[in-house]
Design a protein around this ligand. Sequence first.
Ligand code: SAM
Length: 257
Amino acid sequence: MRHKARKRFGQNFLIDQSIIAKIIAEIHPQKNDRIIEIGPGLGALTKSLIRMVDHLDVIEIDRDIAARLHDEFARDKLTIYTSDALRFDFASLGNNLRIVGNLPYNISTPLLFHLSQFKEHVFDMHFMLQKEVVERMVGAPDSSNYGRLSVMLQYRFDMEYILDVPPESFSPMPKVESAVVRMTPKTKFIIKAANEDLFSQIVSAAFSLRRKTLRNALYHYLKAEDFIALEIDSRARAENLPLEKFVAITNYLSHKD
Ligand code: SAM
């Protein structure tokens, strides 16, 4: 039976075989890889992946789709978790995970934050996302794309913009352009935040008042003399501040008391 795409689950299925081949080539799956696909849908990526690896795990929220996949693929090749990826404990799947997916765009930011928690278990991740989100993920300081998402993800991952994907590559066609990104956990930190909760709070505060100067946005955290000690211009804005400086503020405050 034909599956009717469910908007609430962000279902836009990939139909362009050349794009599918390019994404698979970028993932470059090896037989023994521990690959986890989020949102396999009707199997656009799944079919190629399953041919290339010994075993594949998939996480799919839509029960009807999960049932179809059960019928289509041998159980010894494919484990299907009928779950919400936002609540999924990726640590339970072990280490060196290669997580992939054409992600549901309506939950992409919370999903990326959820996945960041499992950095220690991840080998790499390849995701298709809304192009504008990928631009923010790889955004550099002094650009309008640079924001909370850029800083929080770039703190943990090296990020690579892989390829653009036009709306015609999907059915139904999304209203937005898409892009594929590779995220590889950083093995070495340039500087590590002494307190990651505080780091997250400072980054959120700085970008919540994006158009304001750091002096105003970080008013609760830093006084004039602190900016001088940190060698940060208090008249600058969050989008001018490199990742290392957010970490430096965190560590300065952590060690101050
Ligand atoms: N991978 C398929 C493809 O490329 O054609 C489908 C991609 S579609 C954009 C997103 C898929 O994620 C759908 O199958 C949808 O049901 C599933 N999905 C949506 N929300 C999810 C969630 N919270 N957890 C797991 N899967 C989810």
